[in-house]
Design a protein around this ligand. Structure first.
Ligand SMILES: *Cc1c(COP(=O)(O)O)cnc(C)c1O
Length: 377
């Protein structure tokens, strides 16, 4: 009996050929394919600017610099998120301030953010957790009158929608991940999108050591760019994506609608098959549609410990995962929560992520549900 994994990226010959073509071209670092991927991703979202980077973690780092966060500043973030959300704040010397989430969607709400706003709050990072779109407008209405920037961590949300548009498209700054645990993958990779042209130009420089002329532009210009001497006007980073990754990303972007459709179909089928257990499944909010990047299930009251349930599933050839982590329970942030986070702690301790991927068959899905029922006893 073959084990059913929690996630398999949907990659094929087309991606392999695109990567090989990039290698054969001789240009493997950030170059024309990255520029093309940025244009295609911006067009897909309907945003004016997209800047490709090496991961969503580096995208969030740039977003923090772009939002002007520095030492002494506080940034409200959900604890219920991959730890990179909080770490990006720490990288720039800011303090992450952990807010609780809505237990049905796993996302921040104005009610959970409001009590944490202080004179020092510089930004709020909202997360589309597991691909569930956050109610961005509601949070913006709360904090923007106070001069606070909202950054959207849309790491999981390529393919989700918010009020009829792609998730993240209306944010001032949004960050996406192309890690294989998400839908669209480039191996490692990320994207920052924004509305403002000057900010986009600065982010482009910052991802490349703060250079005023990018290496690709210099190389492409007449005479090998001997006349283009770059300057370094602020301290930047090396957060670049490679052309090999971008080549894969271009193929994957074309497959994104099919990926989302299949995942939504399988998620709806889980809802049916789970029957009485389905009330613990991640909820879809009225303001948008999810891509089911993480199809999580809150275990019912009276169910065994989650470790036991996961072990029971593993015995039956099903590889599920613990639910989303909570940063305030990990060593670097332990004891730093200023308010109780009951929904966060409930979800992180009592939820698990069900296998869901493009090639999951209905038979396999039936097996998962059967194994789950047996493991719950
Ligand atoms: C995956 C993830 C990240 C980090 O993305 P990488 O591309 O792996 O750096 C950040 N935030 C959230 C919410 C994530 O799920």
């Amino acid at each position: 009996m073959q084990t059913i994994p929690v996630m398999i990226p949907w990659l094929g010959e087309e991606e392999a050929a695109a990567a090989a073509e990039a290698v054969r071209s001789g240009w493997v670092a950030q170059g024309p394919r990255v520029a093309e991927f940025e244009r295609a991703f911006a067009e897909h979202l309907g945003v004016p600017h997209a800047v490709a980077v090496s991961s969503c973690t580096t995208a969030l780092h740039l977003a923090m610099v772009g939002a002007g966060v520095g030492p002494g500043d506080e940034v409200v973030v959900p604890s219920l998120s991959f730890i990179a959300t909080a770490n990006a704040v720490t990288y720039v010397g800011g303090t992450p301030v952990f807010a609780d989430v809505d237990a049905a969607t796993g996302n921040l709400t104005p009610e959970t953010v409001a009590p944490l706003l202080t004179e020092r709050t510089r930004a709020v990072v909202v997360v589309d957790q597991g691909g569930v779109p956050v109610d961005l407008d509601a949070i913006r209405a709360l904090v923007e009158p106070r001069g606070i920037t909202v950054v959207e961590d849309a790491a999981c949300a390529a393919g989700s929608t918010y009020r009829g548009r792609p998730a993240g498209a209306t944010a001032e700054i949004a960050a996406y991940s192309f890690h294989p645990r998400k839908l669209l993958t480039t191996g490692e990779g990320g994207m920052v999108t924004c509305q403002d042209g000057e900010l986009a130009a600065r982010l482009r420089r910052l991802r490349e050591h703060g250079m005023s002329v990018s290496a690709a532009d210099r190389h492409a210009s007449a005479g090998g760019g001997a006349s283009l001497v770059e300057t370094y006007d602020e301290i930047g980073f090396n957060h670049r994506m490679t052309d090999i990754q971008a080549a894969v990303g271009l193929v994957q972007l074309g497959k994104l609608p099919a990926m989302v459709a299949r995942r939504r179909e399988l998620a709806a089928r889980y809802r049916e098959l789970l029957g009485d257990l389905a009330s613990g499944l991640v909820a879809e909010p009225e303001h948008g549609t999810g891509n089911f990047q993480s199809c999580w299930l809150l275990l019912p009251e009276g169910a065994p410990e989650r470790t036991e349930v996961l072990a029971g599933l593993a015995q039956r050839g099903v590889s599920a995962r613990r639910g989303i982590m909570a940063a305030h329970l990990e060593l670097p942030y332990k004891g730093s929560a200023r308010v109780p986070l009951p929904a966060t702690e409930l979800l992180t301790e009592r939820s698990l992520v069900l296998p869901l991927y493009h090639s999951l068959t209905e038979e396999q899905q039936d097996r998962v549900v059967r194994a789950l029922r047996e493991s719950l006893g």
